[in-house]
Design a protein around this ligand. Structure first.
Ligand code: 6R9
Length: 653
């Protein structure tokens, strides 16, 4: 992968500027206003949302470690589903809300209008209510990328229940941990999830997970393929049968702005994934605003985000942001390379997509297949291209710009996190120039600061690098870790007091533009999926043959980062290819296929300090094949282990 920086600047075309919601001058003016008077600024932006009871307070935030508390629009009330559906019915009842494109291109796409969406969401809400789900209850959603996933999210929002989506690629163990973590009443799943021509047995994964949860958890099963499933009467409920009988009206619950809307588990640098909690009013305001402004979305546009609803990008930019704006949002069940490497572009042409939002890993994979797959399809409707999830290398950026965008579509490289609810830094089409790989500018209301990692002091001026923190709150910010507010404060507010710590490093270049340099903690980014190295390590050591394991990221051509595992075996176990295979399968079963180790290296010993701390810096360098800059190894308890690791570095070359 090309890592060198490319500072070529691409100015937006006159056409882009003319159409844009926000021009350069407007950006400067609005940004200044958002800094000078955040309350006034956000009170105005919150008018995007229909409130049942208007708020009188805008912002109530304390970033002081020990007393961290974040509230926006705290005395207002609203319903998210009513905002995403009901308020559009009078003007766009017959407009497609969702275009669903199935895995197999031979199967028909579905166009689901706003009024059909209303009916389906109400039916799902009635079914959930009949299963005992009420305000504040938790519902786990474990579904393929099918319209029912959106119905389920919005049905929860309509009831006032809190959803927690678990990506369908997670294993039964990971699913059980998430059901138990939030004490869910119901899990919604499907018989099978077709993806790339293969099927994942979701219901049987759910069956396996439910062996490790309370007996009272009920299971609602959506029929997708009609594949065979085992059925436990009383516990399992047939969605299709129940929905057919259910009423298509359901009164939306009045929710406080600070009531939780959803929990979404994400990886951190230590231990178990944490349940990120987003609330109702601020989150929706922020998702709606960023969706409109970042993508320069206009009424009538067809918008496609290729993420899965199992990730935050799917929450904010497939469902909540677009639907709050009355958009037509495309939902894709498949993968970029099935049945061939032209699928993304075929779908863009077929549905006349105007805004297209994907991940660098997909761009890199498709770039490798050659431009002819793109050129076959008519992409003349494309206007904005977006990327998210990881830093994009200049080579992939240039290919996206030239081959996909034909040099006419601004690329919005959106930097943000599960925790932030929406984009925090991105160029805006029509307002900003772009540079290959730069997140460029803060969004309105966002005050990024670059801190010295050691002293925590703000580094002023341009041409500087350090850790990235945010000075003040914004409405889309997470409010707490589910059930563990202390962990929330410790993770984000303890290292650099008075700031939100992002966990990312960043550079502010000579022009004052921002570049994200990657995580500064033990989180790695594999194909845009966040993974705690500690999670993979604890999966490995749970295997009887493993005494100790250390996991680091290393540069990977397509995935951005790959998973490199150093494994020390129990005394009585010998390394073998079979055992290596077994450990790979083991990790896939413990966490899921996305955590599958790319490299396993047998390590008779791990480099440790005399106090027993593993020196990951050294392990990272060895994995990167960069032996020249191992730094000081004299503090190691046994420096000779490093020689062994270098000597036997796996996957030599
Ligand atoms: C939305 C999402 C967050 C982490 C984040 C950073 C990396 C995301 C990026 C990016 C460089 C971008 N990241 N977008 N790095 N440029 N445009 O991805 O959320 O899964 O929580 O990951 O991803 O390291 O801290 P999440």
């Amino acid at each position: 992968m090309t890592q060198e920086r490319d500072s070529t600047t691409y100015a937006p075309s006159a056409e882009t500027v003319a159409r844009a919601h926000v021009t350069a001058a407007q950006y400067d003016e609005m940004y200044a206003a958002s800094m000078q008077d955040p309350e006034g600024f956000w009170a105005k932006q919150a008018e995007r949302i229909d409130w049942i009871k208007p708020f009188s307070q805008v912002k109530d935030v304390n970033y002081d470690f020990g007393n961290v508390s974040i509230k926006w629009f705290a005395d207002g009330s609203l319903n998210v589903a009513a905002n995403c559906i009901d308020r559009h019915l009078a003007t766009r009842g017959d407009q497609p809300a969702i275009i669903w494109e199935p895995d197999d291109p031979q199967d028909a796409a579905q166009h689901i209008t706003y009024s059909e969406l209303h009916g389906s969401v109400c039916r799902m809400a009635n079914v959930l209510q009949s299963m005992g789900v009420g305000k504040g209850d938790r519902v786990v959603i474990y579904l393929p990328m099918i319209p029912e996933a959106a119905y389920a999210m919005l049905a929860c929002a309509r009831i006032g229940a809190i959803h927690s989506i678990v990506f369908a690629g997670f294993s039964p163990d990971a699913l059980a941990a998430r059901i138990n973590g939030c004490d869910a009443k119901v899990i919604i799943t499907a018989d099978e999830a077709p993806r790339g021509g293969r099927k994942t047995p979701l219901k049987s994964n759910a069956d396996a997970a439910l062996l490790h949860t309370k007996d009272t958890v009920k299971c609602l099963v959506v029929k997708r393929t009609g594949g065979q499933t085992t059925w436990i009467d009383g516990r399992d409920h047939d969605y299709n049968a129940l929905a057919a009988e259910a009423s298509d009206s359901f009164e939306p619950a009045e929710m406080n702005a600070e009531d939780p809307l959803f929990i979404l588990y994400t990886s951190g640098s230590t231990g178990q994934p944490k349940g990120v909690v987003h609330t109702t009013g601020g989150y929706l305001t922020y998702a709606a605003m960023t969706h409109e402004i970042t993508f320069d979305y206009h009424d009538g546009d067809i918008y496609w985000c290729t993420a899965d609803v199992g990730w935050v990008t799917g929450h904010s930019y497939i469902v909540y942001g677009p639907l709050a704006n009355g958009a037509t949002t495309l939902m894709f069940e498949g993968v970029p390379t099935y049945p061939d490497a032209g699928r993304f572009w075929e779908v863009c042409a077929k549905h006349k997509v105007n805004q297209f939002y994907t991940a660098p890993t997909a761009i890199r994979a498709l770039m490798g297949q050659g431009p002819e797959w793109v050129e076959k399809h008519d992409l003349s409707d494309l206007r904005t291209l977006g990327t998210v999830g990881e830093p994009i290398n200049p080579e992939a950026w240039n290919w996206y710009n030239d081959v996909v965008g034909k040099g006419k579509c601004p690329i919005v490289d959106t930097w943000w996190q599960t925790e932030t609810g929406g984009h925090l830094m991105t160029p805006l089409p029509g307002a900003h120039a772009t540079k290959p790989g730069a997140a460029m500018k803060p969004f309105f209301g966002i005050a990024p600061v670059v801190l010295d990692p050691q002293t925590g002091v703000e580094i002023e001026g341009n041409g500087v690098e350090g850790v990235l923190c945010i000075k003040d709150s914004w409405p889309g910010q997470m409010r707490t870790v589910w059930g563990d507010h202390e962990r929330f404060e410790k993770t984000y507010f303890s290292d650099y007091k008075g700031y939100y710590f992002t966990g990312d490093g960043c550079r502010r270049d000579e022009d004052g533009d921002y570049w994200i340099t990657g995580r500064v903690d033990d989180v790695i980014n594999v194909s845009g999926h966040r993974m705690g190295t500690a999670e993979v390590e604890s999966a490995l050591v749970a295997h009887a043959a493993v005494a100790e394991a250390a996991v680091v990221g290393y540069p990977h051509e397509i995935k951005g980062q790959g998973i490199y595992c150093y494994v020390t075996l129990m005394n009585d176990r010998e390394p073998s290819d079979e055992l290596m295979k077994e450990l790979r399968t083991w990790v896939r079963t413990e966490i899921g296929p996305i955590a599958s180790p790319d490299v396993i290296q047998w390590a008779p010993g791990l480099p440790k300090t005399r106090s027993g701390k593993i020196m990951r810096r050294i392990l990272r360098k060895i994995a990167e094949n960069d032996f020249g800059s191992l730094g000081d190894t004299s503090t190691l308890a046994d420096p000779s282990v490093v020689d062994d690791l270098i000597e036997n570095r796996a996957n030599k070359g």
